[in-house]
Design a protein around this ligand. Structure first.
Ligand code: HEC
Length: 134
């Protein structure tokens, strides 16, 4: 059967219009999204308090610095202290005691100097939520 071009052209141009308007929508969505991001960034600057989810992520990232010595997820194998399930407040005070030199150590007194009070609180919160190995 021979294609009837004059019959097919309206379909094609209708398709073209549909594509153009779909692109318009996509562009609108893109710019709308951009504006949402911008207003969120402005909001973040005026109200910097992190959400619980953001704090949890920050704690996990900070805790990855401890894995080399204390094991993955604070579950150490061997003689290193276990950090998984370590009570939050105890870790905060221990880290602060390391940092001030009040608690003597071979490594932790130096390492703790690299962490602010906020970072210590985040990392302590993270480990306290992990299940200790039996
Ligand atoms: C380079 C190895 C190393 C890294 C990395 C490390 N630690 Fe330690 N950690 C130690 C050693 C060794 C001790 C024993 C005290 C000492 O001699 O420093 C210790 C002890 C501790 C203790 C005391 C445990 C107890 O009950 O006696 C805590 C709490 C602790 N570390 C938390 C952390 C946290 C949190 C991180 C990550 C931010 C971390 N450590 C990273 C080596 C390390």
């Amino acid at each position: 059967m021979k294609l009837n071009h004059s019959m097919r052209r309206p379909e094609l141009s209708a398709l073209g219009v549909a594509l153009v308007s779909a692109r318009g929508l996509a562009l609108g969505a893109f710019f709308g999204f951009g504006m949402t991001l911008t207003s969120q960034a402005a909001h973040a600057q005026s109200a910097p308090a992190p959400t619980a989810a953001e704090s949890a992520i920050a704690g996990r990232v900070l805790a990855s610095n401890c894995a080399n010595c204390h094991g993955m997820d604070g579950r150490s194998a061997g003689g290193m202290p276990m950090l998984a399930g370590y009570p939050r407040d105890a870790m905060v005070s221990t880290m602060q005691a390391f940092r001030s030199g009040q608690r003597p150590a071979t490594i932790m007194h130096q390492l703790a100097k690299g962490y602010t009070d906020d970072q210590i609180a985040l990392v302590a919160e993270h480990f306290s939520r992990l299940k200790a190995l039996p």
